[in-house]
Design a binder for this molecule. Sequence first.
Ligand code: PMT
Length: 313
Amino acid sequence: MEPNWEEFYANQPKPSDLESSKKLLNDFVERYSDGHTRIALVTSGGTTVPLEHNTVRFVDNFSAGTRGSVSTEYFLEHGYAVIFMYRIKSLEPFSRHFTGQKFLDMLDLTERDGKPQLTVSETYSEDVAQALIKYKSALKQGKLFQLSFTTLSEYLWLLRAASQALAPLGKRVILYLAAAVSDFYVPSNEMSVHKIGSAVGAPKIALHLVPKILKPLVNLWVPKAFVISFKLETDENLLISKARASLNTYNHKLVIANMLQTRKQKVTMVDKDKDYVISLTNEQMNRGEEIEKYIIDDLVKRHEEFLSAKETS
Ligand code: PMT
């Protein structure tokens, strides 16, 4: 049986900087009490589940943070202010274009007055300049705020704090929950304090269920917001039925369903009444187009319709 989310939270260690994160979140949200700017909370990357209190080992997942970081850039292009909540060391908007390059290969040295001067190598200078212009502009306008997490419990506390800070902005808020969040964890009282030794043989570690956080999030924390969750599967036969089941259970607006193997080329947008595919052709993929551009174009239209729809209750 799924555990009760309130009890679960009560047993999760709070990040030591939670209060300062809350203050920064409130400052950011305050800036947008103007009544018109739209705001997206984008979660990105995977959560870890520690196996020891003094953590040497942990359970992790594959998510690189591509979906979240690329989508953030497109939300910003559409004029949204974005809170980007990401796993430390996963991809970040703008700098993601250079991840995987050797940092030192991107730099050159010249000399002035006998002193070394650092420049960006010609191969990268145009791309770095373009990314830097957009990044600095987002920061200067106060449109991008980044918050990071590593563990499941850090993610959960931050998600709750961000949702509660955003709640007063009502329908103008999109929650775009692209992070890959663990469904399983080791309770604190069952965790080894120190590094698990091998002398006594293989450890028996029992993973317990994490409650689905979508439940309190949709019903209690941001009841007016446009909440979008993702559904990831590896068996195509389960994808759409599970996405629809999630919508029916949590009552949010949309599930973006994707398969692990094809997630960069195809997604299915699933709402209560219909589902449709957004995909890239092989030619588009080869040209370096990104599916997130089309996902966000679609979401911005849907959010617009949602904002102009009359309240029914
Ligand atoms: O980062 P990339 O490499 O680009 O990969 C992108 C992605 C595949 C990770 C992304 O597109 C995606 O599908 N993210 C969601 C993955 C996931 O956790 O799927 P799920 O089916 O296990 O969970 C469904 C939803 O439930 C998620 O939106 C999640 O926020 C939510 N959830 C999950 C666990 C939990 N305990 N509580 C939740 O509310």
